[in-house]
Write a protein that binds this ligand. Structure first.
Ligand SMILES: Nc1ncnc2c1ncn2[C@@H]1O[C@H](COP(=O)(O)OP(=O)(O)OP(=O)(O)O)[C@@H](O)[C@H]1O
Length: 391
């Protein structure tokens, strides 16, 4: 393994072709550059046996580096144009930040057409595959562990939002981007969509790219990414961790399908405790669990100003600050926005219809008919959307 700043020319191997990446990454320091051969050896020639995941970006392999360290090796698929941009963003953003609750980038490989990111390997997969994976994991998420995960993710985000300069908006906080190490310490991953906030900017107007179910309405509709749109996604995640449920589940009765709506209903009825994951068999601190759910509601309010900052959230999670019930208002839901826009009193939408409705709301032709409500129902909302704000 060679360790040197990227694009320190005297170290370039003969196989590396200078490209548009040189300019794009000129400010990046201290990233280890791996050769393709090193990563081929580490992964046994990218053997399917070592494949541990597949994302929007490409395939992820487990590998052992020459140093003996285990690594997660993320190979950008060659067709992915958008992926190249995200590849560059990810390197720029995370090469400079280091925190216990953020995934660590060991380095990258830019050789011929290969674009590969190398991270520290996290033994216990993502929250999406474990806690929310429908019972396919043997990990016991007891209440203490859940508390540690909620607090850890909040610390990682507070660091990105408030300590790093310029501040960083992650833009894709969701269960599949929270990875767990061997001690179940959470690590925020996937900085490919992150944006750096220029000093004095109130928001970054941007292509909307994120995951339905976690997107703050103002970000989904107007493309305005702020730290408060990350706070919204964090609120959704927090409620998922306490309840052990995905934010949308179309197998449930209609009034329970949308977790945020359900949380609000039970909050109004003062029955929030009923929402806590039943697999805990009652072994949880009810005051703390209800507090976490209320914090989730604070985070997902429609008005950005009402959503707390990550450092305030952290204080509320740890009990250093009280949650003021008077400050909690109804969650902002994209479906509410769509209900207003869609003619003929659109019925409640299934997750796959939300995708179609997105396109509908953002298209100039708002006379388009929505697909019928009787379509087949899926359980997952982990659909990544990306469209131009200018649409
Ligand atoms: N550092 C890592 N350690 C262990 N496993 C990892 C690591 N990074 C990624 N993985 C595995 O690879 C999978 C795919 O990760 P990736 O970040 O490419 O996509 P994703 O976040 O699941 O989806 P999307 O790209 O659509 O957001 C993860 O769900 C996880 O199982």
């Amino acid at each position: 393994m060679t360790c040197f700043p990227l694009f320190c020319r005297k170290h370039h191997s003969s196989t590396r072709h200078p490209s548009e990446f040189d300019g794009e990454l000129s400010g990046v320091k201290n990233v280890t550059l791996f050769s393709y051969k090193q990563l081929r050896i580490a992964t046994d020639d990218f053997s399917p046996v070592n494949k541990i995941g597949e994302g929007g970006f490409g395939s992820v392999y487990k590998g052992r580096l020459k140093s003996g360290k285990m690594a997660a090796i993320k190979v950008l698929s060659s067709e992915s144009k958008q992926g190249v941009r995200e590849f560059l963003t990810e390197i720029k953003v995370i090469s400079d930040v280091e925190h216990e609750n953020l995934v660590k980038l060991y380095g990258c490989c830019i050789e011929d057409d290969h674009r590969i990111l190398v991270y520290n390997y996290l033994e216990n997969n993502s929250l999406a595959q474990t806690l929310l994976g429908g019972g396919h994991s043997s990990i016991q998420f007891n209440w203490r562990t859940r508390t540690k995960i909620c607090v850890g993710v909040a610390k990682g985000l507070a660091y990105l939002h408030e300590q790093v300069k310029p501040h960083i908006i992650h833009r894709d906080i969701k269960a599949s981007n929270i990875l767990l190490d061997k001690d179940l310490t959470p690590k925020i991953s996937d900085f490919g969509l992150a944006k750096l906030i220029p000093p004095n900017a109130t928001h970054v107007s941007t292509r909307v790219a994120g995951t339905i179910g976690y997107l703050a309405p103002e970000y989904a509709i107007r493309g305005q990414a702020t730290r408060k749109s990350d706070v919204y996604s964090y609120g959704v995640l927090l409620i998922e961790i306490v309840t052990g449920r995905c934010n949308t589940n179309s197998r449930l009765p209609i009034d329970e399908q949308y977790l945020l709506e359900r949380t609000w209903q039970l909050y109004e009825r003062k029955e929030l405790v009923l929402l806590v994951d039943t697999s805990l068999d009652g072994a949880f601190d009810a005051e703390q669990a209800c507090r976490f759910l209320k914090i989730g509601l604070l985070c997902t309010q429609d008005a950005l100003k009402l959503r707390p900052s990550m450092s305030t959230i952290l204080k509320m999670l740890t009990g250093e600050m009280e949650v003021d019930n008077n400050k909690i208002t109804k969650p902002g839901l994209i479906s509410d926005f769509m209900d207003l826009k869609i003619k003929n009193n659109a019925p409640k939408l299934h997750p796959e219809q939300i995708n179609a409705a997105y396109d509908y709301v953002l298209s100039s032709d708002n006379t388009t008919t929505l697909p019928s409500t009787s379509s087949s129902q899926g359980n997952s909302t982990f659909t990544t959307v990306a469209y131009d704000q200018s649409i």
